[in-house]
Design a protein around this ligand. Structure first.
Ligand code: ADP
Ligand code: MG
Length: 420
């Protein structure tokens, strides 16, 4: 996704996230015997993305809509940055809490610009400020303002509508963003793109995001933490994706996480320092003789050539040097890279597609920080899988013990402890 420079203006002015606290929050709809949301307690940190995930009908949307008072709680309270939302004036609340929903929720009779301008207009921004903000927001979500500003929602693809929906939710720069299955109605490839964009936006904006989905894979991709909800919004587990995949709290959670938990962990486990090693490096400015010396001294058959800013440029072998006659620009083989924050999956993909099975790890500014090779990575992955297998075996033992304990009790004329 192209993300060059479009967000710089937002960065300067952006309101970052607020804390959200749900305290004994319940909702019973009129006419229902059971509450749809039953005494939920949750603390959400400022700048954190929390995903509420659970089966259809478990109360995710109801919980979310109570945060911005689209639904009034039956009991309990919600505090944003410590302030009880029932005491916040509704117009001010709209400015504090952006809201994006499935099928974008755009008003069909309004243009893209009018849709995005809704909250800024409501809170009384000037026309010129609104106009600039609309352009900035379209830019932010990757739509050309000149092309899209005056279109109507029906003149946009599903993915573009979702982008406008996100732009609208962010227009008044709210510290909190609520998203209810915002990407539920688009095709899988567009959804993947939109998810990547949301991650990119969040790295820039640091909003507090509460994101609702029924898709566990979407949850582990987007969430800093995930709350897995069962019926009536009871929290089955609330933790980081890594922790949930490594240690599901119960059978409901492991059932929901689905098969292949070990492989999913590759998506959420980051490359660790232990997996990154050093390799011999030389600079583009170095004379060929020095490079040859370096090769000899290192005892390896290749060195990494860095450009003037310390970024990986080429892999060089001995033969490259003898043939190159002074010019290193054409010599050597291209370097595959991953960033230091890459997931094991990204790293694995990179080393598996690299002809020599190694890639360079880069820092914030693209500079060389180390290398990672296929063997080291495969060992790590094996370690992860093994740990999971042992957990599963242990779990099986526990189940069996519980079962034999039970039959023993029955044989010994159990039921003695039961009610007489
Ligand atoms: P989810 O978003 O997890 O699918 P919802 O929060 O939409 O779940 O719904 C939770 C429960 O509350 C469901 O049983 C649903 O039928 C019920 N419900 C939702 N909205 C209303 C309403 N307006 N009136 C009565 N019951 C409702
Ligand atoms: Mg819902």
């Amino acid at each position: 996704m192209a993300d060059t420079g479009t967000t710089s203006t937002t960065r300067a002015t952006g309101a970052t996230g607020a804390t959200i606290e749900l305290v004994d929050l319940s909702k019973r709809y009129p006419g229902s015997r059971q509450p749809s949301v039953d005494s939920v307690n949750m603390w959400i940190n400022a700048g954190e993305t929390v995903v509420l995930v659970g089966p259809s009908g478990c109360g995710k949307s109801t919980t979310l809509k109570m945060i911005n008072r689209l639904i009034e709680p039956s009991s309990g309270s919600i505090r944003i940055n410590g302030e009880d939302v029932t005491r916040i004036d509704p117009v001010k609340l709209r400015r504090k809490v952006g809201y994006a929903i499935q099928s974008s929720g755009l008003f069909p009779h309004m243009t893209v610009a009018q849709n995005i301008a809704l909250v800024p207009r409501m809170v009384g921004w000037s026309a010129s400020r609104i106009k600039a903000r609309v352009a900035e927001m379209l830019d932010l979500v990757g739509l050309d303002p000149g092309e899209f500003r005056d279109r109507y929602p029906r003149q946009l693809s599903g993915g573009q509508q979702q982008r406008v929906g996100v732009a609208r939710a962010l227009a008044a720069d709210p510290p909190v963003l609520l998203m209810d299955e915002p990407f539920g109605a688009v095709d899988p490839i567009t959804r993947d793109h939109l998810q990547d964009e949301l991650l990119r936006l969040q790295r820039e904006l640091h909003k507090t995001i509460v994101f609702v989905t029924h898709d566990f894979d979407e949850a582990i991709k987007l969430g800093d933490r995930i709350a897995i909800l069962r019926e009536r919004s009871h929290i089955a587990q609330f933790d980081t994706p890594e922790a949930i995949l490594a240690g599901p709290a119960d059978d409901f959670v492991s059932g929901f996480a689905g098969a292949g938990a070990a492989l999913k962990r590759l998506n959420v486990t980051r490359l660790r320092d232990a997996e990154v090693t050093d390799c011999p490096t030389v600079d583009v400015g170095d004379p060929p003789q020095r490079i040859l010396d370096r090769l000899r001294a290192s005892g390896t058959d290749e060195v990494l050539l860095l450009d003037r800013r310390g970024r990986p440029f080429k892999w060089l072998r001995r033969g490259d040097l003898t043939g190159a006659k002074g010019s290193l620009a054409r010599a050597g083989t291209p370097v595959g890279t991953v960033t230091g924050g890459a997931t094991l999956r990204d790293a694995l993909e990179a080393v598996l597609t690299d002809s020599a099975g190694r890639v360079v790890v880069t820092g914030r500014h693209g500079e060389y920080t180390g290398v990672v090779d296929v063997e080291t990575l495969l060992n790590s992955v094996r370690g992860l899988l093994e740990a999971d297998r042992l957990d599963a075996v242990e779990h099986q033992h526990e189940l069996e013990e519980a079962r034999t304990g039970q039959t023993q009790a029955e044989q010994e004329g159990g039921g003695a402890e039961g009610p007489a």
